[in-house]
Ligand binder design. Structure first.
Ligand SMILES: [Zn+2]
Length: 240
């Protein structure tokens, strides 16, 4: 397909409501006076947001059709007729974070005289391994030590959600989130821990169901001071 054809065939991504990602935060770990987002119910991704990017759906459809043929399937049999279009919409949804800037979620900060750890645990996410285009999913935990600036807790979950919606590797997802929080909040310390299960390890290759991949990124005081690091890891790992 030549470039001009592609251009003319670009379609707007259709809106697909996303209800699959939720975050549960641990109330005990959440200081009540640092909750500027208490009335912020904007946690769920607005289906109209980040949807103004164009994704070439027909091109994905043609590619999926080719894959089906290449593996020896008949893309015209009844069960597969709508599969290419379905997969195209799925990729548009899974990669909706590609052209958006997750930093915008951290643009609105609140001045708060709070100098203890803020932690949001168990932010569930689903991303796509860029090596196999298979999903990996799990939980992210984000802690930071403010330096006078805090952010709505739901915004941290939004950052994870958006960074995850790109072809990814878990290591990059982890440090991208840490860098964003450190830079945007000028936090004295940031700790991000991500745990997830990778389909490319459980269903293919070494086939190890149940294996868990853990990554962490420490910034500022959590990197430099072992006592602070063990304190924050203790909070993240606390059974509750
Ligand atoms: Zn993989």
């Amino acid at each position: 397909m030549i470039a001009d054809e592609r251009k003319s065939k670009k379609h707007l991504v259709s809106s697909v409501p996303n209800t699959s990602t939720q975050s549960s935060t641990n109330g005990q770990d959440r200081p009540s006076h640092s909750r500027p987002s208490a009335t912020d119910n904007s946690f769920f991704v607005d289906p109209n947001e980040a949807r103004n990017d164009e994704v070439d759906l027909p091109r994905i459809e043609a590619a999926v059709r080719s894959i089906l043929e290449a593996v020896g399937e008949d893309p015209d049999r009844e069960g597969l007729l709508e599969t290419p279009a379905r997969v195209a919409r799925m990729y548009a949804e899974m990669f909706a974070g590609l052209k958006s800037d997750p930093a915008r979620h951290l643009a609105k900060v609140f001045t708060e005289d709070y100098d203890e750890i803020v932690l949001v645990r168990d932010i569930s996410f689903c991303s796509m391994c860029e090596h196999h285009l298979l999903p990996f999913s799990g939980k992210a935990h984000i802690a930071y030590l403010p330096s006078g600036k805090v952010v709505g807790l739901s915004k941290l979950a939004r950052v994870v959600e958006e960074v995850a919606r790109r072809p990814q590797v878990q290591e990059r997802l982890t440090h991208t989130v840490a860098d964003l929080v450190e830079n945007r909040l000028s936090a004295r310390g940031v700790a991000v821990v991500v745990e997830s299960t990778h389909s490319c390890m459980t269903m293919r290759g070494v086939r190890k169901p149940g294996s868990l991949c853990l990554t962490s990124a420490m910034r500022g005081i959590f990197r430099d001071d072992p006592k602070s690091r063990s304190e924050v890891l203790g909070l993240i790992n606390r059974q509750s």
